[in-house]
Design a protein around this ligand. Structure first.
Ligand SMILES: [Cu+2]
Length: 186
C-alpha cells in the first residue's frame, strides 16, 4: 500500500513536470517539500525554476497552508536571517534558479495538517513573464524527509550558478545539455 501511494506520487509529479515542459511560463524541476511532524506549523518547499524568456516568481499559494511566501536565507552581520523576497524572485531567461535549503525557498506557514513523507502537496506558482503577464502554474510536489536525489542537475545548481557568472549564455546552454544527458543516464 505504501509503495502504491509512493508510485502514485511519482506518477503525479511526472505528469506535472511533463505538462510544464510544453510552453509553460516556467519549468519546475526537482521539487520537494520537507515533511513535518505533528504540531509543526511551518516548512519549506524547494525546487529549481527555469524561465525560457525570463520572468519573476511573484507569489505562491497552497491549500495545505494559510500563508505561503517566497523566502531568502542570508547572513546579516554574522546572523542567519530569513525573510520574504520583496517584489518577487527574479528568474533570468534560460537560467536555472535553485530554491534550496539555506538559500531561496518557499515558506509554507500555518499548515493545516502535518505533511507526511510520500504524499504530495499542491502548490500554485504565480509567475509574471517578461511582458508583465501573470500566469498560474500548478504543481504536485512530493513530500520528503530530506532532499530526494536530483533528477536534473539541482544538486550543484548553486555552485554552477556561481561558476556561470560572467560567462556567455552559450556556456549555460552547454551545461543545461549536460544535465539532460545526466538525467537520461539515471
Ligand atoms: Cu523561510
Amino acid at each position: 500500500m505504501k509503495l502504491k501511494s509512493l508510485m502514485m506520487a511519482v506518477a503525479l509529479a511526472a505528469t506535472a513536470l511533463t505538462a510544464l515542459a510544453a510552453g509553460a511560463p516556467v519549468e519546475v524541476d526537482n521539487a520537494w517539500v520537507r515533511a513535518t511532524v505533528k504540531g509543526q506549523m511551518a516548512t519549506g518547499a524547494f525546487m529549481t525554476l527555469t524561465s525560457d524568456h525570463g520572468g519573476k516568481l511573484v507569489g505562491v499559494s497552497s491549500p495545505a497552508a494559510a500563508v505561503v511566501q517566497v523566502h531568502e536565507m542570508k547572513m546579516e552581520g554574522g546572523v542567519m536571517k530569513m525573510g520574504e523576497v520583496k517584489g518577487g524572485l527574479d528568474l533570468p531567461a534560460g537560467k536555472a534558479v535553485a530554491l534550496q535549503p539555506g538559500g531561496f525557498h518557499i515558506m509554507m506557514m500555518d499548515l493545516k495538517a502535518p505533511l507526511a513523507a510520500s504524499t504530495t502537496v499542491p502548490l500554485t506558482l504565480i509567475v509574471k513573464d517578461d511582458q508583465g503577464i501573470e500566469s498560474k502554474v500548478d504543481v504536485q510536489v512530493p513530500v520528503a524527509v530530506k532532499a530526494p536525489k536530483a533528477t536534473k542537475g539541482a544538486a550543484h545548481a548553486d555552485s554552477m550558478n556561481h561558476a556561470a557568472h560572467g560567462k556567455p549564455a552559450a556556456m549555460d546552454r552547454a551545461a543545461h545539455g549536460a544535465q539532460h544527458g545526466a538525467s537520461h543516464a539515471q
